[in-house]
Ligand binder design. Structure first.
Ligand code: CMP
Length: 439
């Protein structure tokens, strides 16, 4: 079987690989700051500029074999008949990435004596963009925050490049020294990119005017993108909260127009608040249903592990059984006073308590037991095929999981010993209930 991920050549890999990628990004960023500066100010002979240039060349040259090695590790040669697929992948990789690495590594500006060719070094920034994608994938929890940081990073680099471009185009004196000139250019870039445009620095030549127009248009697109990005991140920051707020809005409308009696108002609010507080407002079943079965089982097991670990019934069972069970458990929330079912009802499912307390009531309102986290109930009707022997009602807010009769049979077929435990408990409880009734 071919279990290769389509992005294996981008895997974050070991700590060493991550550190190396960080070094490459750092040196490339320093180069991306230096190149535009070198083109407008005479900083090329400065020791710091020489050092960055030398480090960049060395890092780029080391990076080429490193990347080839990484690619080989991610795509090992094999006797697989699919091997034919491997070659085009290698060719694409060599063509797309290694050619860029090579262009960036060779100091064409020195070799050919054309300073502008130094801009070619900036193609290495494509590699920084690639790391950013890998880092975001490796830390899904912080993916949004990282996206904002990365967008700001690109904005700063683009702003720096635009300011240097403005200095290069500008005709006539701009400031007493390079620092003031640069600060003026940055000031012009920010006011133009954000389309604030105070008008104190105005374009004079045609080239300057065209450059200013291009900067304003790019600024509009850039800030439009940024605002959209922030709005979408803010909107999806917490689906449970968004759902809670929408439900409360709907509730407020219904209450205002008198559809809902006042007595129910408080209970409804409490219910939604509880759902939100416990992150139950976000229905995971839709997201789970999109996953392949194996992955769905793993995620379900993880989401319900608290309950499954607590329930003594399942001690000593294997992971495969737990996964199968977790897939079939459906969450349900009860508010204080809710009745799950009544004595004499027909029973088609059993229940597992994850949180909260429930009363088992029989014999005309007498409480015969209390169920808490890790307990199960509703098994008598399911196994002994009799009507419900008691009424079960929530005493507090409860999170319970239901397991339908058909899924119960399917899951228990894998572990007759667990089935026997449930059956033994059902008979014991049934015996006690019958004895109580007789007494
Ligand atoms: P069932 O009869 O399907 O529905 C009512 C449930 O209450 C029952 O299954 C048991 O799970 C539970 N129950 C009934 N009698 C007792 C008892 N004596 N002690 C604890 N639980 C009980």
């Amino acid at each position: 079987m071919n279990d290769r991920s389509p992005h294996r050549d981008l895997e974050p890999g070991s700590a060493g690989a991550i550190a190396w990628n960080a070094i490459v990004s750092l040196v490339t960023t320093a180069m991306a700051i230096l190149v535009p500066l070198e083109l407008v100010f005479s900083v090329r002979s400065h020791p710091a500029a020489r050092l960055i240039d030398a480090c960049f060349t060395i890092v780029c040259l080391i990076d080429i074999p490193f990347r080839l090695q990484q690619f080989r590790e991610a795509n090992p040669e094999s006797a697989d008949p699919d091997e034919a697929l491997h070659r085009p992948r290698l060719l694409t990789f060599m063509f797309r990435w290694l050619s860029l690495d090579l262009i960036a590594a060779i100091p064409f500006h020195y070799l050919l004596g054309t300073p502008r060719l130094e801009l070619l070094r900036l193609v290495k920034l494509a590699r920084v963009g690639q790391f950013m994608r890998v880092w975001r994938r490796g830390r899904l929890r912080f993916a949004d925050q990282m996206l904002i940081v990365f967008v700001l990073y690109w904005m700063l680099l683009v702003g720096h490049g635009t300011a240097c471009g403005w200095i290069a185009l500008r005709v006539g004196p701009m400031g007493e020294n390079a620092a003031t000139e640069y600060v003026d250019a940055v000031y012009w870039t920010v006011t133009t990119l954000t389309t604030v445009g105070y008008g104190d620095i105005t374009p004079r030549t045609d080239a300057e005017k065209l450059y200013a127009v291009g900067t304003m248009v790019a600024g509009l697109a850039f800030f439009g993108y940024l605002v959209g990005l922030l709005a979408s991140i803010w909107g999806k920051r917490d689906p449970a909260r968004a759902r809670f707020e929408a439900q409360i809005d709907r509730l407020a409308v219904a209450v205002r127009y008198g559809y809902i009696p006042r007595s129910l108002e408080r209970r409804l609010y409490d219910y939604h608040y509880y759902m939100w507080q416990h992150r139950l407002g976000y229905d995971e079943s839709e997201f789970l249903s999109e996953l392949p079965r194996n992955l769905r089982a793993e995620v379900s097991l993880h989401l319900k592990r608290d309950l499954l670990e607590r329930c003594e019934l399942f001690t000593g069972t294997d992971v495969d059984f737990m996964k199968e069970l977790a897939i079939h458990l459906r969450p349900m929330v009860l508010t204080p006073g809710d009745t799950v079912f009544r004595e004499g009802d027909e029973g088609r499912e059993m229940y597992f308590v994850a949180r909260g307390e429930l009363d088992v009531i029989a014999n005309e309102g007498r409480r015969i037991a209390t169920m808490g986290p890790g307990d199960f109930f509703g098994e008598i009707a399911l196994i002994l095929d009799v009507p419900r022997t008691a009424t079960v009602a929530a005493r507090s807010y409860c999170d319970v999981y239901t397991l339908s009769g058909s899924n119960f049979d399917r899951v228990m077929a894998r572990r007759p010993d667990v089935h026997a435990r449930v059956e033994r408990e059902a008979k014991r409880r049934h015996g006690r209930s019958t004895a109580d009734t007789d007494a």
